[in-house]
Write a protein of this length. Sequence first.
Length: 335
Amino acid sequence: MRYIDAVTHFFPQRFFEKMLASPGFSGDVGKRMRHVRSVWDIDVRMKVVERFADYRQILSLGLPGLDMLAGPAESPEFARIANDGLAELTARHKDRFAGWLAALPINAPDAAAREAERAVRAGACGLQLHTNVNGVSIADPRFMQVFEVARQLDKPILLHPARRPDMPDMPGETMSRYEIWAIFGWPYETTVVMTHMVFSGFLDKLPGIKLLVHHMGAMVPFFESRIRHGWAELGTRTTSGDPNVVPVKLTRPVLDYFRLFYGDTALAGSRAGIACGLEFFGADKVLFASDCPFDAEGGALYIAETIEAIRSLDLAPAVSDKICFGNAERLFRLT
């Protein structure tokens, strides 16, 4: 079987060196990235990739987002350095890297829109955005122009979680405990942003926008019936008349909106999770992804376990082909 891994992360050398000097890289996420050598050392990364036959990756930056590394005046330079580095790596290792997703200085929306256009001209097959920008939902209207550019360019957006330890889980806390912010917080925040996009009219304003939601659409597939029945009674639990709290009536059933998204198989090798997401999104909207290199073996473990999970589902060959490489080729327009 051939595989195109739609979500894998890497820091090009020049960008990584610049990132090390940034105060925004000194926190919890930065601590982890320093110790995962295959996210910044290309020789180590190639050893991981070469363990798998007929396997190629699409590269994107890891966390933290550019808005955490630099202010609006400096983040466009970070983006240019990162994207030029990803373009160079992909060109140099075409046999192992099928493409790359552009990083954007989203805390400077005008510059982000320009960088999206520049990066696509330089060969980017898609864009990566994070669920929050300094605590503001990426679905906020101030970022709409970047999504509009993506739609005009006909390039998909990878929606990646970005919740941080300083976002507590309970009102009486000041920090998230036990790394809940990552394990449960990331799928929760991703689901929140998807819901913002549904109820705010965001998706109606951007017909045809292609959004790949990391970790198989987060909580949505598992809570399909809760979404259907719970939001059928929207407003019955709320006393506020604020339209941002209880929106106007949607133009289609709620679940139909959530099925507009794409999902990926980056679930740490969970067979049950992949089966659930595949049933919800359908075979045409699920892409193979491992989230390499964030496991105990520098990426190889998640790749192997995800391959095995898909094999164990005993899917029809045509369905396996779509998930493992065909959908990525179509969505990212790979040649």
